[in-house]
Design a protein around this ligand. Structure first.
Ligand code: ADP
Length: 295
């Protein structure tokens, strides 16, 4: 199997219930009907890339259960290849989300099958990683597996991109292989330990970095200069999964030969459309929909 983009990361069922207020300890409250949606950072980014017409495969793990079926359907329905997805005897990862009328949420993540992604599985995907133009990693699967995938990409000359979400301590070798490291403002602050000059991210070792700045767009940091990439002005209704849309679109463009700034310019347009619609994967635009927006 040859694809342009391999995404290593999580696939979760998002189980969402609206409540008037959250229960206290030992208490029961009634909630709305359950809304079940396909999510997880890896699956989201893979779907975003597929909708931007990248040939893309997810390297991840699912359970042999209904949530797994949901994820398989959402990914294969948008063209994500599932050849590198392992079915495990652990349940599919799930995120249990409550939303109150003020829009605040609480989330309990049960990683389940995502925890079963291991170095051996990554080794089994060696050829696909070597044959791809770009590897995209995010961090809801075990760190050893991510670091092995980045190392294989690096060895093979496949461009390695990592979205450091949720934050984790990466080895110097992994950091040095990234082109770019992608972080949001909170993750950047965590890495920089109070330092406000975002260009200092390159001192950690990556060849380049991209900091996403919410409605302000993104900052592209390269050795020879820094470029601000403004976002189109939109009315945001739901920013869930915006970072994953950005990452999926970014790697699609890099795989197609764009330079990093051009790729980021397209990625902010994709992410801007995604925040104008509810949901994560369901909010991601097709390539044609993005073409019809002003950029
Ligand atoms: P994360 O979702 O990972 O916290 P950000 O909030 O920085 O990261 O959002 C990722 C990207 O999504 C941004 O770089 C931007 O392109 C887009 N985005 C997020 N919020 C908005 C918004 N309110 N308006 C327009 N674009 C947005």
């Amino acid at each position: 199997m040859t694809v342009e983009v391999v995404v290593i990361g999580s696939a979760n069922a998002d189980v969402v219930v609206r409540v008037e207020r959250r229960p206290g300890a030992g208490e029961t409250v009634l909630g709305s009907d359950t809304v079940l949606a396909a999510g997880g950072k890896g699956a989201n980014a893979a779907v975003a890339a597929a909708k931007q017409e990248a040939q893309v495969a997810l390297l991840g793990a699912l359970g042999d259960d209904q949530h797994g079926e949901l994820l398989r359907g959402s990914m294969s329905g948008t063209g994500v290849r599932l050849d590198l997805v392992r079915t495990t005897d652990r349940p599919t990862g799930a995120a249990y989300i409550t939303v109150t009328p003020d829009g605040e949420n609480t989330i309990v993540v049960s990683p389940g099958a995502n925890s079963a992604v291991d170095v051996e599985q990554v080794e089994g995907a060696r050829e696909a990683i070597a044959g791809a133009k770009v590897l995209l990693a995010s961090l809801e699967v075990p760190l050893e597996a991510i670091e092995r995938a980045v190392a294989l990409a690096h060895e093979a000359g496949t461009r390695a991109v990592l979205n450091l979400s949720p934050v984790a301590e990466l080895s110097p070798q992994t950091l040095a292989a990234l082109d770019p490291l992608v972080v949001n403002e909170h993750e950047a602050q965590w890495l920089l330990d109070g330092e406000t000059d975002l260009r200092k991210l390159l001192d950690l070792g990556p060849r380049s970095a991209v900091v996403t700045l919410g409605s302000a767009g993104a900052l592209v940091i390269e050795r020879d200069g820094t470029t601000e990439v403004a976002s189109p002005k939109v009315t945001a209704v739901d920013t869930t999964g915006a970072g994953d849309a950005f990452a999926g679109a970014l790697v699609t463009q890099l795989a197609a030969g764009d330079d990093l700034v051009a790729a980021a310019r397209r990625a902010v347009r994709v992410a801007a459309v995604s925040v104008t619609r509810p949901g994560a994967q369901a909010s991601y635009p097709t390539r044609g929909e993005v073409d019809s927006t002003e950029g």
